[in-house]
Design a protein around this ligand. Structure first.
Ligand SMILES: [Zn+2]
Length: 227
């Protein structure tokens, strides 16, 4: 127990310093947050430690509602993700839901290559479903491109799943403005790329998905091109 506390002391010290600096920079910061949170954005991203939501978009506590899981999957039966989405949309009235994948995602690699890792294999079946839909196209790509191509395909499919949830469908039906987005983060350069899967209406889901999918595929080498 003593060893554990010692190992974590740095984190607690960091926290004290961060809280003091934040309060000094903006007096009353925490007491204002205590009263309410009014984030405009829900971030659904990968659990990967290299993709910390708030830091990447330079937002403060209170400005970004966050849900993360392995490989940023939105599953219709995942009560955890759906509950986060419902609270964000119905209670917090967020205006944007952003599905954020990232390059070289370990979950996507495992799904692409049928690696057996453990319990997570079952979760990654959802990413394999995406792979299987696009297997023929993925097979035309040079091996090195396949992982990142599937990372991006996965974002588009999960963004479409988000559009199809009862939470988002109900919001649109009652005229509440909610926009779904698909982004991918480059681990190699720290930049977020908008995959242009931007949907604000039930009738726009499939056209937007098809446009974004065509644009995605156009960014990769055509079949037969030199690797
Ligand atoms: Zn990941």
């Amino acid at each position: 127990m003593t060893t554990t506390n010692h190992e974590l002391q740095d984190l607690l010290d960091n926290n004290k310093r961060w809280a003091a600096e934040t309060e000094a920079g903006e007096p009353g910061f925490f007491s204002r947050l205590l009263k309410q949170q009014t984030p405009q954005y829900l971030w659904i991203g990968c659990a990967d430690s290299r993709v910390p939501a708030n830091e990447l978009v330079d937002l403060l506590p209170g400005e970004l509602f966050v849900h993360r899981n392995v490989a940023n999957v939105v599953v219709h039966s995942d009560l955890n993700c759906l509950s986060v989405m419902q609270f964000a949309v119905d209670q917090l009235q967020v205006r944007h839901i952003i599905i954020v994948g990232h390059s070289n995602c370990g979950g996507v690699v495992a799904a692409l290559k049928d690696l057996r890792v453990g319990l997570v294999d079952n979760w990654l079946r959802h990413v394999q479903d995406v792979r299987n839909v696009h297997q023929e196209w993925l097979d035309t790509l040079p091996g090195a491109s396949r992982v990142n191509a599937l990372c991006e395909l996965n974002v588009l499919h999960q963004a479409r799943n988000a559009c199809h949830t009862t939470v988002v469908q109900d919001a649109w039906a009652r005229g509440q403005p909610v926009v779904i987005h698909g982004w991918v983060y480059g681990l190699h350069n720290g930049l977020l790329n908008d995959l242009a899967m931007t949907v604000d209406d039930a009738s726009a889901v499939e056209p937007s998905f098809r446009r974004a999918l065509a644009a995605l595929k156009a960014r990769y080498p055509a079949p037969g091109a030199p690797a």
